[in-house]
Design a protein around this ligand. Sequence first.
Ligand code: S3P
Length: 743
Amino acid sequence: MAAQQRPPIIERLVVIGLGLIGGSFAKGLRESGLCREVVGVDLDPESRRLAVELGVVDRCEADLAAACQGASVIQLAVPILAMEKLLRELAKLDLGDAVLTDVGSAKGNVVRAARLAFDGLPARFVPGHPIAGSEQSGVEASNSELFRRHKVILTPLERTDAAALQLVDTLWRALGADVEHMAVEHHDEVLAATSHLPHLLAFGLVDSLAKRSENLEIFRYAAGGFRDFTRIAGSDPVMWHDIFLANREAVLRTLDTFRSDLDALRDAVDAGDGHQLLGVFTRARVAREHFSKILARRAYVDAMHSNNVIFLANPGGRLSGRIRVPGDKSISHRSIMLGSLAEGTTEVEGFLEGEDALATLQAFRDMGVVIEGPHHGRVTIHGVGLHGLKAPPGPIYLGNSGTSMRLLSGLLAAQSFDVTLTGDASLSKRPMNRVAKPLREMGALIDTAAEGRPPMTIHGGRRLGGMTYEMPMASAQVKSCLLLAGLYAAGSTTVIEPAPTRDHTERMLRGFGYPVSVQGNRATVESGHKLIATHIEVPADISSAAFFLVAGSIAEDSELVLEHVGVNPTRTGVIDILRLMGADITLENPREVGGEPVADLRVRSAKLKGIDIPEDLVPLAIDEFPVLFVAASVAEGRTVLRGAEELRVKESDRIQVMADGLLALGAKVEPTPDGIIIDGGTLGGGDVHSHGDHRIAMSFSVASLRATAPIRIHDCANVATSFPNFLGLAAQVGIRVTEEGKS
Ligand code: S3P
């Protein structure tokens, strides 16, 4: 497909060097119409003839001076070691206002050569490097689509003319490239690591094996691994010889680092250190998966991409079936944390493979813990003991997960190393002083951004002292954070809560053999004990089940069973509130699994009525209010919630965001500082915004069951943080919600 024809923006483009890259650049821009004329220069007469014949250029010149006459842009596409001589020749010519740019794969030496040739770097020189190529070469391989969706890195210098930079940027974008700007040195380091080193290894490995006498045998039996690893050893030797000479310093730095890592692997093999090998291999595998996602543009649900996911929920529907929602988020986080700090190997089943829990898992991998999986909810954690964590290689990114950041801050406050914790746009707005303040009272040294927001830098090497802390708010995250810090603090640490909150940390610590004393609203730990590896079965998350409890209640003629749901009494507020509203929910087959109560929940349609929600139930249903507001908006009469100001500092301001959405659907709601008043009635359709909050997105999906028209829910990508297969399970039981644009 030819590039779209546009009006010319430059008079004459001159491309020097009509190989694959130069030819493709010339051909693409010629087809785009952006240049009134495209002139090619090449030493080889056959290439010049072919370039005209194949429509790569309008005409060719053998003489550089003649070609550059009146040029607007001159693209240098000669081999990198020929650049120096070419630049010297160009410096002798009158180039007028022409913009110079190049495609060399190392930038430091081109910039150096230009500086020498021109006696100072010309302001209209824009160094560039397209990261594209193919096994083919020569002008006959010119392809106007070669750069589409490929990265092109421009490395402007301080005195580079802004208009020249803009022009070169525009030309590459016209070819469909993703243009990025970076410093010369950074470019050379990055390319040395990601491109030059792998080529060196591939050439080196094939040569080393081929030199051996038995080489025929080796190649005859070479399996897929050898073939895949050495594909790039088929690249152009002359070009690569040039690149290594041109990017010598950066290649040496990355090669030396790699050599010491390779030596460490050799030592591990020599010592039979399987643990070390497994650590390297599991980390590498995860890094490779992450990197594949980056290539496919699916890495981490960041704010920019999350805007793109829209759920379309069609009205009506009856629910039936039996489903098991994914594993409990709170318990999944804690299983990784305590499993990592335990002695021995912990097996986890039912682990939630959502982005939040995966962020915790990755954080511990970054701190040197070997973790296998997750694979179908199974995770194997090779615990390092309370004092075995290592400094991570860089800041720890925790995505959307407040639980990860708050709990980690407690256990990191007592490590020997510094760590910085960062997160996405939503997490970066959430209050961290609630943990930073009491941790500082215990002796921690913690920096935050303004007003106690992330990023948090937690300094190592501090001695913590135990204390008794009366929490100003009912928060299981703050309680857990301080108990985890208490594992390391001198003496005992007691947390007093104003109302009961989820007690998974206390239960799981005991499951790992660590004593915790709980008396009324006080939980106490002492340092000096250890965690012993155990087996953890994570029950289904009642917070995810809640969407279906409301859905099954408000949809007509429905009956649904939710299997193996965790019914810890500190989490069942949603069932109590729904029952007070008249819901028909029964607990079947109650049992205890690994210290946590579990049951199957049966829900049938019921006529709901509005209630005054008892304040003591608020912390026990803290994550379920968005969907409870949906229930209230279709119930008969008024529902009033008070004492729930914590909802304003969740992944979004859940009072305001739900009120805005429900109002948009025609409901009668009035937000108050610490709650909401909802007069039940009917819901219409319309557009609502989840503000990147997973639970808001799922709540409005449920609202569609009683809406009179479709609901479009914006910004839904973060549903993957807690409920990766929400759309699949919703469809399975009869909720008519899909991702817009997908079948
Ligand atoms: C959680 C505690 C709650 C809850 C969050 C998970 C936990 O937060 O909202 O989703 O795992 O400890 P707060 O402690 O801020 O109430």
